[in-house]
Design a protein around this ligand. Structure first.
Ligand code: GUN
Ligand code: ZN
Length: 494
């Protein structure tokens, strides 16, 4: 049971009707006072993490009965890719033992005695979704009216991000953001905080308390941005990054991403620092990640051309600093040419396709077909607050519509794969997340097939499994979400 000091309300306990255990939605945490006006350096969330009490535990052996859906392999763009790619176990069993998946079994293979049972028949059980590109502080500006990318940054985003210099704002923002991810069915993410070291530190600490898989790193900017959001010099930025990497990278389920915001806001010296960090830590816990923006908007691409006249292309600015690798995540990648796509494929880097943001900011229509033909890995991302929803179902529905405008068709299989196992594969995390393979972490989500009469009617009329799943994906949203589990623990319930 939680101690009185914990910020857990009674409403966040869930008594399952068929089982006699209780688990905590949200993580028990003892919170010390935030020192008023504390500086980034003085306020060490890492040090405070040792004060946290352990969260209460789910049963050590849990069997959940529901309609299980996950992917064994990339389904491609076929509507009927077959069981070699798609695994659907109606009324199946997901066995969870000590935070990990023990097995996914068909309906007729009862797990037997010794398992605590959770009956969710009639609900859809999926691996937790992975958002490969999202900005934590931008919940504060989501759905801001009337601008394209560069004006949007100046008018809304940069002013909002300045507030995250305050440790109390950064900590509250990290908590709110991760709770919002979980309430959208997202259990793992690659996240941009702000340029402030404290904003990365609070995200790491909040994710650690929740047991989440999280990739983040302090944003780097040393030009073309407001004073309050600018790294003073390369040496200071390097110190901040090294301290954060040493403290967090490879700890529990956390990974560090070197995070130059985008080429226009980093000098060549700062981009060189990024390359150096990637090299210096290549041997540590699989290496660091690299996350940034790429070729999102035509005015941005023109600006990059004028800032880096020696580079062949926008991507080449990053390539010249050795920022292309198998752990590199490039958000958007709309305005690329064949040589760029070949370079991305060669490096094993991924494009995070952000359809909601691309539509909302009027940035353009990403060509998944061209990327696929060039063998570039593509994952799905919300890019909130350019994007307008954290919910992966909304992202996938927007992806379908954006692709339809180019005459391309996104199946439910390809979309779901790309937001689960495909993302895990692109991040080098297939051993840990994204599917129901034995030994992976028990990060999973439960969904209502239908919320409301329109969705229900469409479900009733579906003639095959793809129709059913596609209608769920197009019509559903976070209101369909029943629960999100991380490492077996229920962290959100509707
Ligand atoms: N390019 C540089 N910064 C950003 C950002 O915060 N959001 C989006 N969508 N694009 C960017
Ligand atoms: Zn972004």
């Amino acid at each position: 049971m939680p101690r009185p000091a914990d910020r857990i309300s009674a409403a966040r306990f869930f008594a399952y009707s068929l089982v006699a255990y209780r688990i905590i939605g949200g993580v028990a945490r003892a919170r010390g006072p935030t020192p008023a006006g504390a500086s980034d350096a003085a306020f060490s969330v890492a040090a405070r993490a040792s004060l946290e009490m352990p969260p209460s535990r789910p049963p050590s052996r849990l069997a959940i009965r529901a309609d299980l859906l996950d992917f064994v392999d990339d389904p491609g763009f076929a509507v009927d890719p077959g069981p070699a790619a798609v695994r659907f176990l109606p009324d199946g069993w997901l066995l969870v033992e000590e935070q990990r998946i023990a097995a996914a079994l068909p309906a007729d293979q009862d797990p037997g005695a010794g398992w605590t049972r959770l009956d969710r028949r009639g609900q859809l059980l999926l691996p937790g979704f992975i958002d490969t590109h999202v900005h934590a502080p931008q919940l504060d500006v989501i759905a801001s009216f009337g601008t394209e990318l560069l004006d949007w940054l100046r008018t809304y985003t940069f002013p909002a991000e300045q507030r995250y210099a305050d440790p109390a704002v950064a900590e509250a923002g990290a908590e709110r953001f991760l709770d919002a991810l979980l309430a959208s069915g997202v259990t793992a993410a690659a996240v941009f905080p702000t340029v402030h070291r404290i904003s990365a530190e609070t995200l790491f600490a909040s994710a650690q308390r929740r047991g989440m898989r999280l990739i983040t790193g302090k944003v780097l900017m040393d030009r073309n941005s407001p004073d309050a959001l600018r790294d003073r010099d390369v040496a200071g930025a390097e110190r901040d990054c090294v301290d954060l990497i040493e403290c967090w990278h490879g700890r529990d389920r956390l990974g560090y991403a070197v995070t130059p915001r985008f080429a226009p806001t980093s000098s060549d010296d700062q981009l060189a620092l990024c390359g150096r960090l990637l090299r210096d830590y290549a041997g540590r816990a699989g290496g660091l990640y690299l996350q940034t923006h790429l070729a999102e908007n035509r005015a941005e691409v023109d600006w990059v051309r004028s800032l880096f006249p020696q580079a062949r292309s926008y991507l080449d600015v990053y390539a010249r600093h050795d920022l292309l690798g198998p752990r590199s995540i490039f958000a958007h990648g709309i305005w690329l040419d064949p040589a760029d796509r070949a370079a991305l494929a060669e490096a094993g880097a991924q494009i995070a396709f952000c359809p909601s943001s691309n539509l909302f900011l009027g940035s353009g229509l990403f060509g998944w077909g061209e990327a696929d033909a060039a063998r570039v890995a593509v994952t799905l991302a919300s890019d909130v607050g350019g994007g307008t929803s954290l919910c992966p179902l909304r992202t996938m529905a927007d992806a379908y519509k954006a692709m339809a405008l180019r005459g391309e068709r996104l199946t439910a299989w390809k979309a779901l794969y790309s937001a689960t196992r495909g993302a895990a594969r692109a991040l080098g995390l297939e051993h840990e997340i994204g599917h129901f393979g034995a030994g992976t972490m028990a990060d999973f989500t439960l969904w209502h097939w239908a919320h409301g009469p329109v969705q229900q009617r469409r479900q009733d009329m579906a003639r095959n499994l793809h129709e059913r799943v596609f209608a769920w994906m197009l019509l559903g949203d976070e209101r369909n979400l029943v629960a999100s589990h991380v490492g077996g623990r229920q962290m959100y319930a509707s």
